[in-house]
Design a protein around this ligand. Structure first.
Ligand code: ZN
Length: 133
């Protein structure tokens, strides 16, 4: 894996969270994007070589809504950038990790993504992401 590409944070209300994180990080949100397949609105902030991704559910039954219901707002996942997502998925599958999607899917911010089940990673939802150019 190349680096921590971003950290995903589940929030109830992007409108509230965006200005708060702009103040906290002292940088402007450079992009907002809806990802229909995940039922989320996202907002991105650059922080040096990595990013912060805020996630707000667009539906009461969405994964982020259910996460907040169970655990409250907070860190939702850590995303690692990989050069070849198919190869990394095959490697991790062979090592016994449980992948939450069997083929890479389209994520926010021009990425192909795959998630690992947190049961196999000490409770951390891990995202693999590969830049699509
Ligand atoms: Zn992410």
């Amino acid at each position: 894996m190349l680096k921590v590409e971003h950290i995903g944070i589940a929030v109830k209300d992007l409108e509230q969270a965006i200005p708060l994180y702009e103040t906290l990080l002292n940088t402007s949100c450079y992009k907002t994007e809806s990802v229909d397949s995940e039922k989320v609105n996202t907002a991105f902030f650059r922080q040096g070589d990595t990013k912060i991704e805020l996630l707000e559910s667009t539906e009461p039954e969405g994964v982020i809504a259910r996460f907040i219901e169970k655990k409250g707002e907070g860190i939702h996942h850590i995303a690692f950038e990989v050069a070849d997502i198919e190869a990394e998925m095959a490697r991790l599958r062979a090592e016994g990790f449980t992948l939450l999607n069997e083929t890479p899917k389209k994520g926010a911010d021009h990425k192909l993504v795959c998630f690992l089940h947190p049961k196999g990673t000490n409770g951390v939802l891990v995202e693999l992401c590969q830049e699509v150019r």
